[in-house]
Design a protein around this ligand. Sequence first.
Ligand code: 5RP
Length: 236
Amino acid sequence: MSDTLSPIDTAKFVAARKAVEFVEDGMKLGLGTGSTAAWMVRCLGEMVREGGLKVLGVPTSGRTAELARQQGIEVVSLDEAKWLDLTIDGADEFDAELNLIKGGGGALLQEKIVATASDQMIVITDVSKQVETLGAFPLPVEVIPFGWQTTKALVEETLVSMDVLGQHSTLRMNGEVPFVTDEGNHIIDLHLQRIGNARQLALVLNQIPGVVENGLFIDICDKVIIGHGDGRVSTR
Ligand code: 5RP
């Protein structure tokens, strides 16, 4: 399959194919969102349809739920599953401590809830997501629509008080209108360049009224599987 793919899709596919080797019969699985996670859902679907694998999948977005059902994977809600064995998801950035920025696809809230409710989280990426310090990728912050401009101003003030570089933030748009998450919220992207203390920033952001969640995943990921364009896979 990987012969016909571009190098970037090969990287995503081989990472996904490696990650599903950790799936065992009867597992309850968190299914991530994004183009890399979609490869994982397709690989899993093949194992269900052709290998007789039995799993329950908890999707992290409407998009993933639709794809999982198309692939023949039995989909349940997190409340039905209660606790998960493993979540496999993509990421926008990861560092040497396996801390992440997620939410480029706008699904960070469900992704964080699902990953936190799992015994293990495996992240699948291509090599471009590996960074020394998090922050070059804009940090997504999910906010409720009520008073979002005030929330945005408070977030910027907080960044100034923490001496975070950048401090510039933008409301994520979907064409001419604000992007709306699966929970009906908006996303403010923080253009920070470099996040010195990601742990502290994650905690402080979530204390601002109007902020629902931020895209920093600290101490949640257990393993990163990195796919390469030539079909190699490495693990952190
Ligand atoms: C969605 C996410 C994605 O996992 C992240 O954006 C990576 O996406 P892709 O695999 O398409 O590069 O966090 O909210």
